[in-house]
Design a protein around this ligand. Structure first.
Ligand SMILES: C[S@@+](CC[C@H](N)C(=O)[O-])C[C@H]1O[C@@H](n2cnc3c(N)ncnc32)[C@H](O)[C@@H]1O
Length: 253
């Protein structure tokens, strides 16, 4: 498999490359608090449980890509479940991938690639592509769905979760605070909220990028239609993440 970057990218210290672009969300700033709030967010935890349950429905995938893998939470579930498989975490943000590298250092079956999806080469290479809450933030999402399809062998699986609805920051703040307060009491909730304040800031940036049309907002039906147009068969579909996101399990035709 080739994971070479295209030419219009800047080499960086770790030998891989990332594109020259500024994202509406400061994913680097987000990375510092990402895992803290994710671990305290029952809606995020429910997504990870769904993902683990998905493995019972498929044969062992030999090669797996986690595209927009962030701090590596889905990569870790896959690496633990499939110690004999090759797992590639594809992530353009340097801070996000640094967190992933340090967290997952004990696994010898993970390769880290500091790249955006649009800079990943490789065709018919893998059995499973994971893409969770990243597609909406990518440029030209229809072409990116084509890229995800290109990476897969015919019959390979795409495990796709995408944020489709407007990120209502006040609603999430209320939800998370009440969950934290229930589990950790008022002082504990306030402390975690303060430590995770960057997440609220970046969620606001996500909302603004959605409203300006930079990030993709879609209904479940619109995502289904786009995924089908990219050459996938849809195996299952459900609304997740408190109604904000869609989960599609698909196979490449
Ligand atoms: C909300 S995080 C999700 C991280 C992880 N998948 C998870 O669910 O925990 C979105 C990630 O998408 C990444 N991303 C943004 N644009 C991308 C692109 N063009 N190609 C690949 N990943 C991208 C960001 O850097 C960020 O780490």
């Amino acid at each position: 498999m080739s994971l070479n970057a295209k030419k219009d990218v800047t080499p960086i210290a770790d030998g891989f490359s990332r594109p020259n672009q500024t994202a509406p969300t400061d994913w680097s700033a987000y990375s510092s608090a990402y895992d803290l709030l994710s671990m305290h967010n029952p809606a995020y935890q429910a997504l990870m449980q769904d993902f683990s349950a998905f493995f019972a429905t498929i044969e062992v995938p030999q090669r797996i890509y986690d595209v927009g893998g962030g701090t590596g939470n889905y990569t870790e579930i896959a690496a633990r479940a499939y110690p004999g498989s090759e797992i590639y975490l594809i992530e353009p943000d340097t801070s996000m991938i640094r967190s992933a590298r340090s967290k997952l250092a004990a696994y010898d079956n993970i390769r880290f690639h500091n790249l955006a999806l649009e800079d990943v080469k490789g065709t018919d290479a893998c059995d499973l592509v994971i893409c969770v809450h990243a597609l909406y933030a990518m440029p030209e999402q229809m072409q990116r769905l084509g890229d995800l399809h290109r990476l897969l062998k015919p019959g390979g699986y795409l495990y796709l979760i995408d944020l489709g609805r407007r990120m209502n920051v006040a609603d999430w703040r209320k939800y998370l605070f009440s969950e934290l307060r229930r589990r950790h009491g008022l002082i504990g909730a306030l402390r975690i909220f303060w430590q995770g304040r960057e997440v609220a800031k970046q969620n606001k940036a996500i909302c603004e990028a959605q409203e300006s049309g930079t990030y993709w907002m879609h209904s479940a039906a619109e995502l289904v239609s786009a995924v089908r147009n990219a050459g996938f068969e849809i195996i299952s579909q459900k609304t997740v993440y408190r109604g904000y996101s869609d989960l599609l399990v698909c196979r490449a035709k």
